[in-house]
Each structure stands twice: as C-alpha cells, then as structure tokens.
Design a protein around this ligand. Sequence first.
Ligand code: SF4
Length: 248
Amino acid sequence: MQRVNKMKTLESPRLFLGLIGISIVFLLGIALSIFFLDSIWSILSIFLFALLIFASIAIFGIAVGLKKREPLQILQKPAEVMMNLLYPVAMFLGALVLRIDKDKIRRSFISVHNRLAQSKQIKVKVEEILVLLPHCLQWSECNIKITNDVMHCKMCGKCKVGELVTLKKEKGFHLAVATGGTLARKIVKDIRPKAIIGVACERDLVSGIQDVRNFYVIGVTNERPNGPCYNTSLDLEKVREALRKISS
Ligand code: SF4
C-alpha cells in the first residue's frame, strides 16, 4: 500500500503532455479533413488550424521548460488555457481510446499544473493561504460539525483533521472543510485567499483547479484506503511541502 501511494504522488507530467500532443495531432487531422472536404466550413478549419499551431508552440515550449525546470513565463498563460481547453480531448483519447486509467491521467494533469504554478515562484504570507479539505477526510462516525468551523474538531486522533488543526495552529493558515464545489466556492469567496492548497481526489481536484482559474492553486491528492469518499486519509508531509514552497 505504501508503495502504491508513493507512486500515486509521483505521476509524471509526461503522460498528460503526451496526450495533449496526441490530441493536437488528432484535431489537426480533423481540421485538415474539414478543409479539404467541405469548403463552407473551411474558414472554421483555418481558425482551428491556427489555434492548434498556437497550442503546439505553447505546450511544446512549456514541456521543454518544465524539463529544464524553468518554463518560459510568457508561455505559461497560453499553455494553461490550452491545457484546460484540450483536457476533454486528452481525457477522451487517453481513457477511452488508449485505455489509460483516468486517475493516472488526472494525476499527471495535476502534476503539470502544480509545476507550472510553483515555477511562478509566488510567495504569499502563510495567513493568506487557505488549505481546503474534502469532507470525506473526517471519520465517518464523528458527530462534530466541522464544516461550519473546523476548530470544533476535538482532535481525538481518529482522522487526519485533528493533525491539520494542530498544523493550522502552529502555522496560522486558513483551514476549511467543504462538502462540495458550491461550498468550496463560497469559502474561497469569503476568505479571498492569495493561494489555495486544495486536498481532494483526482477528479475533484481537476474540476476545482479549472473552477478557480484566477487563484493560485496547488493540488494535493488524498489517499483512499477504504474506497472513494469514505474515511479518506492524507500524507500531511505533502501539505507541509506545499506550504514550504508557497509561503514567504
Ligand atoms: S479528529 Fe476531529 S474530525 Fe476527526 S474524528 Fe476526531 S474530532 Fe472528529
């Protein structure tokens, strides 16, 4: 189990970037077919063609930059926009056509996203950081309502919430628990953090990252020894590491 979890945290950006490359080739094929088959739609295909060439340059530049650990800042925004735009195509080709595990693709996406975010080398005060937790991290038999205020936690040791409360008291960041996307958005709106460390499963992290594009977000995947959405866990060191990287 230990080995599996470790592997899960270390997904390479190469998988997602490779799928984006395949997606661009796939869409270029479609654009060319439209261009030669139907003159009415040729304007659209030229537009798609230009967009894909632009995407190729941005993604290729970012891939080379990530390898050298110095992605070109000028390419970051276009690459992020293109990554999010092409994400459904990459997921379709990767999961349905190439039969790659969806969570593996999502972890690779999160890995690319985190590396791009961290390469901006933005540092914020620790009290401007929000650590956002999923409700499934709370022990299922705990009756304490921590979604209103996580400080209600009695730190009984039955789940990781207690350890995170201790870490919050030590460091001073905001800590909140969300039961879903709507509450998560409300928490972010209320606190207005300068950076968010989001803890969730791969699927929720990807949608969360795409949901709050204007925020500086670092994604941390949870652990699910009891299956999805039930008594999940977390490697606290991953949160500490994210805090070290983004706090001044
Ligand atoms: S650590 Fe806190 S949230 Fe978790 S079971 Fe104990 S009291 Fe409940």
